[in-house]
Design a protein. Structure first.
Lengths: 94, 94
DNA sequence: TATAAAGATTTAAATTATTTAATACACGAG
DNA sequence: CTCGTGTATTAAATAATTTAAATCTTTATA
């Protein structure tokens, strides 16, 4: 299977999106840029947990990060993900 | 958070797609209907493992199943998933 | 009818991966 | 220096994956 690497890379993207906290983060980033610092309170988890979630999203190249002073501002690197979130709506409605 | 259920349901869809074998299955189903019986050999895994993968995809309502005789024929229930696979291409190319 | 086969699922157990918070550390701003 | 923000590492709990064996279902056939 010559396409093995491509399939694994694709699975990795989905895996990065497979946790409720990370889905929530992406839904917020669809609306616009956000600081990592906001999410510990929003998600009600430890800052180290938030850091780990963002690291996973960044490693999968789903988001971009931009260090501004002591903060890190994040944005969507994969804007078409928005369309897929719409796509899932049909199923979620049932 | 009133949208908690929706976010968890969405994460579940991504989780169902987060395994290389299941990505491969979906890529095949994008091309057309297939029998479950083909995949043990294609994926080189036990038939019970294949059954489990299909159960996960069905439970997430990504595929439909249709029993025909002793076989089960599967098809995509979420055709728009194809667009998302295209969307990931940009990232995979890098 | 009886029964064997092919295809699919379930169960249980072992293995492997993920999630989380705690701790410690790094860095820039004031 | 101190505070706010973020990262790295570790350890413990939880969850996912895999396979073999047992069990179903349906069809074909003696």
């Amino acid at each position: 299977m010559q396409t093995k690497d491509r399939i694994e890379a694709r699975a990795k993207i989905f895996k990065a999106l497979s946790h409720p906290s990370r889905v929530y983060i992406i839904e917020e980033l669809i609306k616009g840029e956000r600081c990592i610092c906001e999410f510990a309170e929003l998600l009600n988890v430890d800052k180290s947990t938030v850091s780990k979630h963002f690291a996973i999203l960044k490693e999968a190249r789903i988001i971009n990060t931009d260090k501004q002073g002591t903060s890190v501002i994040c944005s969507l690197r994969m804007p078409c993900i928005k369309n897929f979130f719409c796509c899932t709506e049909e199923i979620l409605k049932e």
